[in-house]
Design a protein around this ligand. Structure first.
Ligand SMILES: Cc1ncc(COP(=O)(O)O)c(C=O)c1O
Length: 391
């Protein structure tokens, strides 16, 4: 395929499309005059091989209830095999509108009020909201910083397991920081969960956005024992910029665990599926490999360009190099308090980034920058940040 077929430099105007990232700035940041680098979707066009079948479907005048076809399931099965060397079968797959609604469903299905759920902060903030919002208790295993990445504290994890935690919300690859967790760590943590009867809910939504040499490893693909206690959550939404279609899926090999999970999803009545989301998911996984390879090349370039620019221009800033995702985790703590940094970002640089403290313990002083956009957009934002923080 001709490499130039996909143009990630192309600018698209997302303003005025009820787009969260651009149109909800005043709601979330109190001002509209910001260049947005916050919400984790991209500014790239959803590719034609997805838009085309959606448009075709819209030629039909009825948009009633839908169901997931054989082809839908097969596209997921084939994608897991091709991209993650994971053999799954149709019975293992269930649908949910989102990864976060699947997390809530799992918490409701497998824990009681006041039960402890392990998370590893700093982590994607809805992990906390789902646990506390459902009156469960967060058992935090803070990640340990090692230079420009985090490591898991396996000993403390085991301590929390011994103290009776019932569930573990794993984020793999991790948001924020972009770590692809290595096999040894995943195996060890998985074995602890097996030993202490802890259900693993593994959020692998970023698993197709691998930028480094280490491939993504679904924790459920490590051993039968670990697979038996794991519910894996995935979606094409981040990768193909179709998050607005609210379509994700769940993979669980253990029939008993799966039945309990599906019972809750059915009781909440969130199993139905989105007509256009199903079409998009199937098209993405059937036809998306070449496009994805080109996207990954583009994101690697953006990542490397951003890191070397920031390292050169703002030596007091500390930048994590993500193995995956289009999210840069920036440690601004050398520049003052979180409030002061936030003020400079909003008032001087006029950019909207995610506030680190919302990711929990360890996040304060950090801000998250989304580089899933044309390089020129990224550089415009970075230059404004450099001007605002340069000594
Ligand atoms: C780790 C992680 N999980 C889940 C989500 C959102 O998932 P969904 O929109 O499918 O609920 C995000 C979005 O940023 C994320 O980064």
């Amino acid at each position: 395929m001709d490499k130039r077929l996909y143009d990630f430099d192309k600018m698209i105007d997302r303003k005025g499309t009820d787009c969260l990232k651009y149109d909800a700035l005043s709601m979330f940041f109190g001002q509209e005059d910001l260049q947005p680098f916050w919400v984790a979707d991209t500014d790239f066009e959803t590719p034609d091989f997805i838009l085309h079948p959606i448009k075709e479907r819209l030629n039909h005048p009825a948009l009633g209830y839908t169901y997931r076809s054989e082809e839908f399931f097969q596209s997921i099965i084939d994608w897991q095999k091709k991209r993650h060397n994971w053999n799954i079968n149709k019975q293992w797959i269930s649908g949910t509108p989102g990864v976060v609604s699947a997390i809530s469903s799992a918490i409701l299905a497998f824990t009681e009020k006041t039960d402890k759920v392990i998370v590893q902060s700093p982590v994607y903030f809805p992990f906390f909201q789902t646990i506390t919002g459902l009156d469960r208790v967060v058992a935090n295993n803070p990640l340990r910083r090692d230079g420009d990445r985090y490591e898991m504290d396996v000993d403390h994890f085991e301590q929390l397991a011994k103290e009776g935690a019932k569930m573990f919300l794993l984020c793999n690859p991790h948001n924020p920081g972009g770590m692809v967790w290595d096999k040894k760590t995943l195996r060890r943590i998985g074995e602890i969960c097996v030993q202490y009867n802890i259900i693993i809910v593994s959020d692998e939504i970023h698993s197709d956005l691998i930028l480094g040499d280490q491939p993504h490893l679904p924790i459920a693909n490590i051993s039968k024992e670990i697979s038996d206690i794991t519910i894996t959550l995935m979606a094409p939404s981040k990768t193909f910029n179709i998050a607005g279609l609210a379509t994700s899926f769940v993979i669980c090999s253990n029939a008993k665990v799966r039945t309990s999970f599906n019972k809750m999803v059915n009781a909440l009545h969130i199993h139905g599926g989105n007509l256009l989301g199903n079409i998009a998911c199937e098209a993405a996984y059937k036809d998306g490999e070449e496009w994805l390879e080109q996207l990954l090349d583009y994101l690697k370039e953006n990542r490397d360009t951003a890191i070397s620019y920031l390292n050169k221009e703002l030596p007091k800033l500390s930048v994590f190099k993500p193995d995956a995702t289009y999210l840069l985790w920036l440690d601004f703590s050398a520049y003052g308090t979180e409030k002061e940094i936030e003020r400079r970002l909003k008032t001087d640089a006029k950019v909207a980034l995610n506030l680190g403290s919302t990711f929990g313990e360890g996040g304060k002083g950090f801000f998250r920058f989304n580089y899933g956009c044309p390089k020129s957009t990224m550089m415009e934002g970075l230059k404004k940040m450099v001007a605002a923080f340069k000594d």
